[in-house]
Design a protein around this ligand. Structure first.
Ligand code: PEP
Ligand code: MG
Length: 318
């Protein structure tokens, strides 16, 4: 029985009418990567590198990070998207004092910190680049709100490449660099961002929080936090359309990607890659194998046209 399930988890996510999407895993450490391979993940859609920083007693060195990323890609042997440091907000470091902020989720976090602390950023980017000599490593920037940020991040990456070239250190010169779409600004700028980024990954955890202005961790308003809100669904539809218009692939690494009620909608909207906790991979692949992509497309349009969350929920719960 176990062997039968394991064999099933290695089948691709191909719909009854022949459309195949990629099912990737979200990870935070080497143990997660091994689990992802075991569970049939076809890649890593989100490596949350901040855990490496949060578990340490100082900023991890280039060498330490290089070993972690290299081991990950050598284990996965398939596309592995490394997200650059995403601290701030609710994620703190024991060895670095953050100024107290009134609104940490709207404050100094993620790419904002990296662009301000260039040494920390470059240490990480060099480690990622060096690991790219060992397989299909891709780099992803979080919390992007503008083209300027993407360009600035890439400029720092170019500096790192130059340094590695100067020391004849191997890396993949055509490494893909993409961005998370998790802010309302990025949704509205998606067309322009798609013309410069190599891929998009939708972060529905933050996107839902920022679009609805509902703190993702506040229990008192937890019932307002719902990614099936028509505003969130329409944003997702627009991001996918913008990505495809720009000729790039669009994935999703927020929790929504593995919600059984969301999968038919996301498939119908044309999502190319679904990234989730490894424990959800087999079930999500199985669910997609039972779907018809053409029917899902019609269904997704109808769902996105609903005026209320209640109506959406009624449709997707059937
Ligand atoms: C997200 O915001 O959807 C996401 C995947 O990133 P995190 O949950 O780490 O903020
Ligand atoms: Mg996020």
């Amino acid at each position: 029985e176990k062997a039968r399930l394991a064999a099933l988890s290695n089948l691709p996510a191909t719909t009854v009418d022949g459309k195949t999407v990629e099912i990737f895993a979200n990870v935070g450490n080497q143990q997660d990567v091994e689990f992802a391979v075991q569970k049939g993940a076809e890649g890593i859609g989100l490596f949350r590198t901040e855990f490496l920083y949060m578990q340490n007693t100082k900023f991890p060195t280039e060498e330490e990070q290089f070993e972690v990323y290299k081991t990950a890609i050598q284990t996965m042997k398939r596309p592995t998207i490394l997200r650059t440091l995403d601290i701030g907000g609710d994620k703190e470091l024991s060895y670095y004092e953050f100024d107290k902020e009134e609104n940490p989720f709207l404050g100094w976090r993620a790419i904002r910190i990296c662009l301000d602390m260039k040494d920390v950023f470059k240490t990480q980017l060099r480690a990622m680049l060096r690991a790219s000599a060992y397989g299909d490593i891709r780099i992803m920037f979080p919390m992007i709100i503008s083209l300027e940020e993407l360009r600035a991040a890439r400029e720092v990456l170019e500096e790192c490449k130059e340094e590695l070239r100067a020391s004849s250190t191997p890396f993949n010169d055509s490494i893909q660099t993409g961005i998370m779409i998790e802010t309302p600004a990025a949704v509205l700028m998606a067309r322009e961002l798609a013309s410069e980024a190599d891929f998009f990954s939708i972060g529905t955890n933050d996107l839902t929080q920022y679009l609805l202005a509902v703190d993702r961790g506040n229990q008192k308003i937890a019932k307002l936090y719902n990614s099936f809100h028509p505003a969130v669904l329409r944003a997702i539809a627009e991001i996918i359309a913008a990505g495809h218009a720009g000729g790039i692939e669009v994935g999703m690494c927020g929790e929504f990607a593995s919600d059984p009620r969301a999968i038919p909608v996301l498939l119908g909207l044309g999502l190319d890659e679904f990234s989730m906790s490894a424990s959800e991979v087999a079930a999500s692949k199985y669910a997609i194998r039972g779907l018809d992509a053409i029917k899902c497309e019609t269904f997704a349009k109808e769902v996105c046209a609903q005026a209320t969350l209640e109506q959406v929920l009624a449709m997707v719960s059937q």
